[in-house]
Design a protein around this ligand. Structure first.
Ligand code: ATP
Length: 234
């Protein structure tokens, strides 16, 4: 479904991604594991059209999307849920969710879509008329995920969805990720919580200093001595 081939990308003169290649098949949950600063967020932003690669190719459902802008990538069916939620604090939960359906194709079906999305997030439904800033951190993260789903993406990319959340809420986030995948949305996820992520993912890539150094099934990565030592603290 998504293929990233030999991509180099960075910020101005600073090159971060070096020859990154990865693929995500339809219906999969795939994760990118790596230390702080390895380039995980940069990889997601490059796929999302927020950073232009200096070389390489990105294709999605057979179409070359390497040079598309962020809004065009969203139109193709790829949505990024950014790190840190980035909700509009003074807007209500409902208004925040509708911002996720601002693209034309999504806007025409926003009421039906809102109902479908709220079925997955009953707590969010109860808080539709509150301002986003009045929610707990966990509730805000659920709203951020729900907003991402409002665009009805085929591929949903998560950047650190469990960051800063209490353990019980973290497990709810992982449950939601699995639920979303079970409903047919493909998932690419970056997470500090490597063990839990590998438990829900089918495959994973290890990114170090902007390079992919390992690509295995999630099961094999969980057993890998190097991964256990470097990323699981075992
Ligand atoms: P983390 O887990 O800490 O979020 P990451 O693997 O997601 O790390 P990135 O955010 O992709 O890493 O950052 C990779 C490198 O790019 C880092 O060295 C970072 O300092 C640098 N970087 C990130 N954003 C910018 C920017 N806007 N301008 C310049 N350098 C940047």
């Amino acid at each position: 479904m998504l293929t990233v081939e030999n991509v180099h990308a960075g910020y101005g003169p600073t090159s971060i991604l070096q020859d990154v290649s990865l693929d995500v098949g339809e219906g999969e949950i795939v994760t990118i594991v790596g230390a702080n600063g390895a380039g995980k967020t940069t990889t997601l932003k490059t796929i999302a059209g927020l950073i232009a690669p200096t070389s390489g190719r990105i294709t999605f459902c057979g179409e070359d999307i390497t040079r598309l802008r962020g809004d065009q990538v969203v139109d193709r069916g790829i949505t990024l849920i950014p790190e840190g939620r980035q909700l509009f604090p003074d807007m209500t939960v409902r208004e925040n969710l509708l911002m996720g359906a601002y693209r034309r194709a999504a806007r025409d079906f926003q009421d039906e879509r809102l109902e479908e999305v709220l079925d997955i997030f009953p707590r969010v439904r109860e808080r539709l008329n509150q301002t986003a800033s009045s929610l707990s951190g966990g509730e805000q993260q659920m709203v951020a995920i729900a907003r991402g789903m409002m665009a009805n993406p085929r591929l949903l990319m998560f950047d650190e969805p469990s960051l800063g959340l209490a353990p019980i809420i973290v497990s709810q986030v992982f449950e939601v990720v699995q639920q979303i995948a079970a409903k047919g949305t493909t998932v690419l996820i970056v997470e500090q919580n490597v063990y839990s992520t590998l438990k829900v993912a089918q495959r994973g890539y290890v990114l170090e200093n902007g390079r992919i150094v390992l690509s295995e099934s999630a099961e094999d990565l969980l057993q890998d001595d190097y991964v256990r030592q470097a990323y699981l603290g075992i």
